[in-house]
Design a binder for this molecule. Structure first.
Ligand code: GLN
Length: 245
């Protein structure tokens, strides 16, 4: 008798821990993001502290299709894959480019957006007209981004920041020559900073995917199913039209 009470009590405790541990429960899907990548993810809304954007709308629909509520965890871009593989988040939606290096540690969904790198400079800077011109320049990037990796292949002087926003601040303060960043957030930063301009160079296309831990095959399948349904029923286009100009 005593023993079964104990078993029940400990089961209750385990259940409670499962519900509260990492803020996760069975009806919640936790997405990891770095909300300084507009229009894909940024902090805004009426309250000023809501995490919103293109990726978040797609992620919300993915959660809805799985019968779950979406919970968003905001962190440094550089911490996302670690958090995923530690089970702190269920998937990553953060404008993350599918690369072979990342594919060694996570699985990606089907690509959901095509992007490219873009150069931002101060308006009076006319010294960058080709990829070759990058080699003697001081480049600011976001830590752990494809821009970071690429910049290092062009120049010895690369400074990495925790967000694209901080990289842009450095450029505005003329501490670096340029920022190398993904095209859509670069355009978005440009709108708020009229003293900057954009230079398009011959960078290869990149494809964003949602990342899932290697052993979460079911979740990966359900993300891919949601994506293809959204592409067929107009849901994807509506989210594109809502966020992209
Ligand atoms: N697409 C880039 C990458 O995957 C940048 C993403 C980001 O900064 N959110 O590295």
């Amino acid at each position: 008798m005593k023993k079964s009470v104990l078993v029940l009590a400990s089961l209750g405790l385990t259940g409670a821990l499962m519900l509260t541990g990492c803020g996760k429960s069975d009806d919640v899907l936790v997405v990891g993001t770095n909300a300084s990548f507009p229009p894909f993810e940024y902090v805004g809304g009426a309250s000023g502290d809501e995490i919103m954007g293109f990726d978040i709308d797609l992620a919300r629909q993915i959660a809805k299709d799985a019968g779950k509520t979406l919970k968003v965890e905001n962190m440094n871009f550089d911490s996302l894959i670690v958090a995923l593989n530690a089970g702190k988040v269920d998937f990553i939606a953060s404008g993350m480019t599918i690369t072979p290096e990342r594919q060694a540690s996570v699985n990606f969904s089907e690509p959901y957006y095509e992007a490219t790198q873009m150069v931002l400079v101060n308006k009076d800077n006319n010294s960058i007209n080709s990829l070759d011109d990058l080699k003697d320049k001081h480049i600011a990037v976001q830590l752990g981004s494809t821009g970071d990796i690429m910049a290092k292949s062009y120049s010895q002087q690369v400074t990495a920041f925790n967000s694209g926003f901080e990289a842009v601040m450095e450029l505005k303060n003329a501490k670096v020559d340029l920022v190398l960043f993904d095209s859509e957030p670069a355009i978005s930063f440009l709108e708020k900073n009229p003293q900057l301009k954009m230079v398009e160079l011959d960078f290869s296309p990149e494809f964003y995917g949602f990342a899932v831990a290697k052993d979460k095959v079911e979740l990966l399948n359900s993300i891919n199913t949601s994506l293809s349904t959204m592409k067929q029923n107009g849901g994807y286009d509506a989210i594109v039209n809502k966020h992209m100009k």
